[in-house]
Design a protein around this ligand. Structure first.
Ligand code: CU
Length: 120
């Protein structure tokens, strides 16, 4: 009887622990994202569904802006010498999502894209 109770408790604990791990999306903070003429670095990120991601974003050359309608990021100005934290929650659906520059900053403006690859 006692042994059965212990076995049930252990099994319950194991299940609840596994469930908690699976249900709690990770938070990743402190990814450095830099803008320059005319690229973002890194230009690709791999994240997981539901993960909260905090980017430390800044420009190291010129004025730029970051936006992502895919990820619900409103326009954030990126100016030299100033770091801005940009937080987003990765979508639950795996796939590729995009952030891009939202300030006409010169001839390479259109190539300023960050691919956010959400992988289960
Ligand atoms: Cu631009």
């Amino acid at each position: 009887m006692f042994r059965t109770l212990i076995a049930v408790l252990v099994a319950t604990f194991a299940l609840s622990t596994a469930g908690a791990l699976a249900d709690t999306p990770a938070t990743t903070t402190g990814i450095e994202l830099t803008a320059s003429n005319w690229q973002f670095s890194p230009s690709a990120l791999v994240v997981h569904p539901g993960e909260t991601v905090v980017l430390h974003a800044k420009s190291i050359e010129g004025a730029h802006a970051l936006i992502s309608t895919d990820l619900g990021i409103k326009t954030v100005m990126l100016l030299p010498g100033k770091t801005v934290d940009v937080t987003f929650v990765a979508p639950s659906k795996p796939g590729k999502y995009y952030m891009h520059c939202h300030l006409p900053c010169g001839p390479g403006h259109d190539s300023m894209v960050v691919v956010v690859d959400v992988q289960a």
